[in-house]
Design a protein around this ligand. Structure first.
Ligand code: SF4
Length: 430
């Protein structure tokens, strides 16, 4: 691109317009910044645009070059689809009575030559959550098939009725298309209290969780019953404990251990993964002894003083999550962090140093650069950040880490065993 796109605004009724008197800019931390023209890409398929009530967009005046507000309507942001990482947040000024925004990511956006643009790039070539890849007919057939095959299985019922047909969870929809990564929620409870928890929000909060938390404790038999056929038959199969519709799976480690042992009696195919807050390294060790292949630990920051006010942990410390990564590595397993990217925090010089230390100390296998689904003002307020720190730039930080740690992989999804043990750069055009 040889120029910045124009700013977008909404009329408050869901109609979005461009304002050609202002160029779009981006936000990092609390501040607005011009976005280098080469960092804008067309909004990928599956992306959405949101109007931001009670907020006015910030742009650069095309005549004066000065920054000013767009007074024509509410600000607009983009929700970019999985496999893409956003480099700047939407830039706006928040009015005093503005409502807290729901749990989605709010990437900068603009308009030029009849197209929507976002400052982002594709970090992952895996197509498992590609918007156009979902076939409703196959999904509905799969739902009927599994519900008929396992009529008394509460977990299959939950995954079919809630996850697939209600929340339209991409992972659950892949299960019912009998391909790739299969989700296994197990825990109704959690030992953390994340500010932006997507499965539980306190009554007094104005926003709601995007899905409800599981209400029962599955049995190992219920887990094994549908996961063994998935591992035996699906292409590039992964079964993953730890999903958005539950609490912390490590609180159910005994059931998960028993399920892994039973699964591996039937098949050695595929990868058994756990997405977790990493709070219980001893339980992680027991799962590795049972046959766990990979772990993904979620974190908003590699700095304890930024991590703790967000996760608000019960009876565990930041150091425990580091230990969990080390345990899996000591068993030869694959270790990823589910790294919530927040421009202006992720790319601060102090975060960069802390992340380098985490990678070195744990010999980390992979960073999954995930867009942080949270209201930026609300998040910064909760972690007590009042001004924008010294910044490196998200893309620049990635380049520096890739150069320093050539074995470290970047992506967005848990890799199948074919990538972990085989050709990591394999072609995904299947
Ligand atoms: S660890 Fe997960 S389930 Fe627990 S509070 Fe945080 S986001 Fe919610």
């Amino acid at each position: 691109m040889n120029q910045s796109p124009y700013i977008l605004y909404s009329d408050g009724n869901g109609n979005i317009f461009e304002d050609t008197s202002l160029y779009a800019v981006g936000r990092e931390g609390w501040d607005a910044f011009p976005v280098p023209a080469e960092e804008w890409i067309e909004l990928p398929a599956g992306g959405n645009l949101y109007e931001l009530p009670g907020r006015k967009g910030i742009g650069i005046d095309v005549k004066t070059g000065g920054m000013r507000l767009c007074e024509k309507g509410w600000a607009v942001a983009a929700f970019i689809p999985p496999a893409h990482t956003g480099l700047y947040l939407a830039a706006y000024e928040t009015m005093p009575d503005a409502p807290t925004l729901p749990l989605f990511c709010y990437t900068a956006s603009g308009w030029l030559d009849n197209k929507f643009y976002v400052p982002a790039f594709r970090i992952e070539q895996d197509i498992r959550q590609e918007f156009i890849g979902y076939d409703e007919t196959k999904i509905n057939f799969g739902v009927d098939h599994l519900l008929t095959a396992y009529p008394n299985n509460r977990l299959v019922k939950h995954l079919a009725e809630n996850c697939c047909l209600t929340y339209r969870c991409p992972a659950a929809r892949n299960l019912f298309m009998q391909r790739w990564e299969c989700p296994i929620p197990t825990s109704p409870a959690c030992n953390a209290n994340c500010v932006g928890c997507i499965s539980f929000q306190p009554e007094d909060e104005t926003i709601v969780s995007t899905q409800d938390r599981l209400t029962f404790k599955p049995l190992a038999e219920e887990i094994v019953e549908f996961t063994v056929p998935h591992l035996m038959n699906a292409p590039f199969p992964i079964v993953s404990f730890g999903q958005g519709c539950e609490g912390e799976p490590l609180l159910m480690w005994e059931t998960i251990r028993d399920a892994i042992i039973e699964i591996r009696k039937h098949t050695s195919r595929g990868s058994i993964n756990i997405n977790t807050n990493g709070s219980k390294p001893d339980s992680v060790r027991a799962l590795c002894e049972a046959g766990l292949n990979s772990i993904r630990v979620s974190l908003n920051s590699a700095q304890k003083h930024i991590y703790t006010p967000y996760y608000r942990p019960n009876n565990y410390e930041f150091e425990d999550i580091i230990e969990s990564l080390k345990v899996v590595k000591s068993f030869g397993g694959w270790t990823s962090i589910n790294y919530f990217v927040f421009p202006g925090m992720t790319d601060s010089d102090r975060e960069y140093e802390a992340l380098r230390k985490l990678i070195r100390d744990t010999d980390l296998s992979m960073i999954q650069w995930r867009n942080f689904n949270i209201d930026p003002d609300w998040y910064l307020g909760h972690i007590g950040v009042t001004e924008t720190p010294e910044l490196i730039g998200v893309k620049q930080m990635m380049d520096l880490l890739a150069e320093e740690f050539p074995k470290l992989k970047f992506g967005y999804f848990n890799p199948p065993i074919e990538r972990i043990k085989g050709n990591y750069e394999m072609d995904f055009a299947h």
